[in-house]
Design a protein around this ligand. Structure first.
Ligand SMILES: Cc1cc2nc3c(=O)[nH]c(=O)nc-3n(C[C@H](O)[C@H](O)[C@H](O)COP(=O)(O)O)c2cc1C
Length: 392
């Protein structure tokens, strides 16, 4: 009995690690789940599918891939959000979902340029969603227009190489000034003057500054782990072991052999959150703290206002920043816990706004991420272009 309990605790510990995306995979992800990272086959006929073959590699919160596209009208992509793929507990107003549509739109625009196409993007063609909830209206209508003046975007080369990296980073190796500069330039996406402020802190700065970032990230993560409904939301999209990963090709991948065995033996009950002081929780806090302590740089993106178009534009800017970092061989991981608008995070939410001089409600911290050098990670699964095409 004792032995069984021990196994249960150890197993859930590994599982919780994955909900924060913090455990290194020790088994290979099934090849079919990551085949999309080879890139789409060379375009034949309809260029939209080739463009979309790149867009589906965009980062999306919890890897939910909530993109649905309607291709009925020639040369046009109408983008919708799959309302079954939201995170109502941790992202109650779907701000991160909108950012994750921005990342998709930006990869459409970059890939289209590679083929000499200009993307005419009309956001919210039937009106923007209200501030509280999103609905079935389209997020964007994109017309791909041949234009001889369009030039390729150098960031295109990074699309197949970009991955979110949740490893420990090299604590001694600073992010070079040239890389920060490239990221700052990449963040300058279209929008009203001064709509987005990009900032960063690193080993070149006074150590107390880095420490303040680390402390808030750590506090926010501990709160998330101790908020049962937040953890259960992650459990719902957790894919444990090769068979589940291959079946879903989305969500949070967990390949740790021990947890896979726990799952097979029925010792991991994903309907229950671990207790606040269980080893499962405290060990994950300790692991996260170690990774945060190893982090040599943080970046942030603060917007004026927070309407739906701003959220989408922030997502466009974020993926450009990550692609620019990838070109410099840098790893990146968003730290959204403190930015999440559920009541338990009120403390870290206020602290990060204060640290970044982003007063509510005029400004919103759309992105906060850790940056550094780290061992490579395996790609996250994707569902393939066909899964995103709206069936009429
Ligand atoms: C708006 C947004 C918020 C995200 N927040 C987090 C986060 O808090 N922690 C994390 O580890 N990854 C975060 N991610 C990264 C996603 O989990 C990641 O994009 C997804 O799992 C797919 O993996 P990939 O980026 O390697 O393709 C976020 C991504 C986006 C676009």
């Amino acid at each position: 009995m004792k032995r069984r309990t021990l196994f249960r605790i150890a197993g859930v510990g590994g599982v919780v690690a994955a909900t924060g995306g913090l455990s290194a995979c020790s088994q290979a992800v099934p090849p079919e789940a990551i085949a999309d990272w080879r890139g789409p086959a060379e375009a034949q006929g309809d260029l939209r599918r080739w463009v979309l073959g790149h867009a589906i590699l965009a980062p999306h919160s919890h890897n939910l891939q909530s993109w649905i596209v309607d291709l009925d009208e020639p040369d046009t992509i109408v983008l919708y959000c799959d309302l079954q793929r939201l995170l109502p507990e941790t992202d109650p107003f779907s701000r991160q979902i909108m950012m994750s549509h921005g990342t998709f739109l930006e990869l459409i625009a970059i890939a289209a340029r590679e083929k000499g196409l200009r993307s005419e993007i009309a956001l919210f063609p039937q009106g923007a969603f209200d501030a509280q909830a999103i609905d079935a209206r389209p997020v964007a209508r994109i017309r791909l227009v041949p234009d001889p003046s369009v030039t390729p975007d150098p960031l295109f080369a990074q699309i197949l190489r970009r991955h979110t990296n949740r490893n420990r980073y090299d604590p001694e190796r600073p992010v070079p000034a040239a890389a920060w500069k490239a990221m700052a330039l990449a963040a300058r996406a279209d929008g009203p003057d001064g709509w987005l402020r990009f900032g960063h802190v690193g080993l070149q700065d006074p150590p107390q500054q880095l420490q303040r970032h680390r402390a808030i990230a750590s506090q926010a993560w501990a709160i998330e782990l101790r908020t049962p409904r937040a953890i259960l939301e992650s459990f719902k999209v957790m894919r444990v072991g090769a068979a589940e990963v291959a079946r879903h090709r989305d969500g949070l991948t967990l390949m740790d052999p021990m947890v896979v065995w726990m799952e097979r033996l029925g010792l991991f009950d994903r309907s229950k959150a671990p207790g606040a002081d269980d080893f499962a929780t405290t060990s994950q806090i300790a692991q996260f703290d170690e990774k945060i302590a190893s982090t040599p740089g943080f970046l942030w993106m603060v917007s004026q206002g927070n309407d739906r178009a701003t959220q989408v534009r922030a997502g466009r800017a974020y993926v450009r920043v990550q692609l620019a970092a990838t070109a410099h061989g840098l790893a990146m991981q968003p730290l959204q816990q403190a930015l999440q608008e559920y009541p338990e995070q009120a403390g870290p939410y206020a602290a990060i706004r204060d640290l970044l001089a982003a007063p509510a409600p005029a400004q919103t911290v759309q992105m906060w991420a850790r940056v550094g050098y780290a061992p490579a990670v395996e790609p996250a699964p994707r569902r393939g272009v066909q899964a995103h095409i709206r069936k009429t």
